[in-house]
Design a protein around this ligand. Structure first.
Ligand SMILES: Cc1ncc(COP(=O)(O)O)c(C=O)c1O
Length: 401
């Protein structure tokens, strides 16, 4: 990994050399190649896909479908497994509203956890209420992790769905998802993986994981906003009904009947997110070139360095010291996370403070919220230093009050 070269690829970093951006779990910055891919589609084509019978539309369709192939390759899937959505939330909702409402019934059990982002567990709570299924939470261990043992303790013959995060957006812990999937399949339950924080930061192979569904957003992996992905096994996508109807997804339509295209197209009603998909394809190619293993190792190294510095600062409580990814969840004793955030902002250090749309784990920790620093491959050891200095300043400032 050539850090200088990588940083030059990001206009925001080029134009703001003083910016210390550590809110990567919320959104990643965009490299030139992604911006250019989106710009090129709008300036050279800018027409609709799948329907125009002219050269420009064929070209736009080719680019859109090439993007699907690129995304598929990135996670070791086939193009027919890739549904383009508005984002991870839309993908996770699609699984719940289509699969859940169709195949779950009264008394069935859905296993999830307190580590979930709201977009992962809330759709299943809504489905459970409608069909009278039961939502079961895996008891977290003392560190706040999901363990295989704890999963086994709640898995039953009534388990029909397991909906879990792969990497927690608050704690950064990696769920032992492959073993959980294997155990769930022994009970014929399907597993929906929220990989919004995993796909941008580590190599993902959906065939090796054998997950049934896997959801993520483009904007967290250097892609545009407004585009996301649902990976689904072909046999499941085939038997699931669409949840949106309209242009492009229909096959034959009569007054009293309608049929749909095959998956993935039956889940993409209306004009698709063409520019977003093309930009996402470019983002996947960009990350692949750097290497997902390299990215994972580098972020972990930065996080460990930051952790060492935090240990030297009084009043800092770190909630996830054993985290294996690039996320630090912490607080400064006696200081509201939002007050601390104002010190970071003054120093041009972007972090996130609050409940991170994951109130269950915030409640589990027994706090109002946490401060989160999340690293990506363009961050530097200087960023770590600036971050630690801001933590020190916030700790000293509030100690004086
Ligand atoms: C773990 C996790 N799941 C789901 C989401 C939802 O992603 P989006 O807001 O892009 O739909 C997020 C966003 O922060 C997340 O971190």
């Amino acid at each position: 990994m050539n850090l200088d070269e990588i940083r030059k690829d990001f206009p925001l970093l080029r134009e703001n050399p003083n910016l210390c951006y550590l809110d990567n779990a919320a959104m990643a910055l965009k490299p030139d190649c992604v911006i250019q891919a989106v710009d090129s589609y709008y300036s050279k084509l800018g027409v609709n896909v799948h329907r125009g019978v002219y050269k420009l539309s064929y070209e736009a369709t080719d680019l859109y479908e090439e993007a699907r192939n690129k995304v598929a390759e990135f996670i070791h899937a086939d193009f027919e497994n890739i549904v383009f959505t508005r984002g991870a939330s839309a993908s996770l909702n699609l699984v719940a509203m289509s699969y859940g409402l169709t195949f779950l019934k009264e008394g069935d059990e859905i296993i999830t956890s307190e580590l979930e982002h709201h977009s992962s567990h809330m759709p299943w709570n809504a489905v459970a209420e409608k069909v009278k299924a039961k939502v079961i939470y895996i008891p977290l261990n003392a560190e706040g992790r999901i363990t295989v043992e704890a999963f086994k303790s709640v898995l039953t013959d009534r388990t029909k769905v397991v909906a879990l995060t792969y990497v927690s957006n608050v704690m950064g812990y990696v769920t032992p998802i492959k073993e959980i999937i294997r155990l769930a399949h022994e009970k014929q339950a399907i597993v929906s993986v929220d990989a919004a924080q995993a796909v941008p930061h580590m190599p993902i192979d959906v065939k090796d994981l054998d997950c049934d569904f896997l959801s993520f957003s483009g904007h967290k992996l250097c892609g545009p906003t407004g585009i996301g992905v649902l990976y689904g096994k072909k046999e499941l996508l085939e038997k699931m009904p669409p949840i949106e109807y309209g242009g492009d997804m229909a096959d034959t339509v009569r007054k009293d009947s309608m049929t749909f295209k095959d998956a993935p197209y039956k889940f993409e009603a209306g004009t698709p997110i063409i520019a977003g998909a093309i930009g996402l394809g470019a983002a996947c190619a960009y990350l692949e070139k750097i290497g997902m293993d390299n990215i994972a190792k580098y972020e972990y190294m930065l996080k460990e360095e930051a952790l060492k510095r935090l240990k030297e600062i009084p009043n800092v409580v770190v909630y996830n010291p054993s985290c294996e990814t690039g996320i630090i969840a912490f607080n400064i004793k006696g200081v509201h996370p939002h007050d601390a955030a104002s010190v970071f902002d003054k120093n041009d250090v972007c972090i996130r403070a609050g409940h991170h749309c994951a109130q269950l784990i915030t409640n589990w920790l027994g706090v109002y919220g946490t401060i989160r620093a999340s690293f990506y491959m363009y961050n530097t050891l200087e960023d770590v230093e600036r971050f630690a200095e801001s933590v020190k300043e916030a700790s000293e400032f509030f100690d004086m009050l």
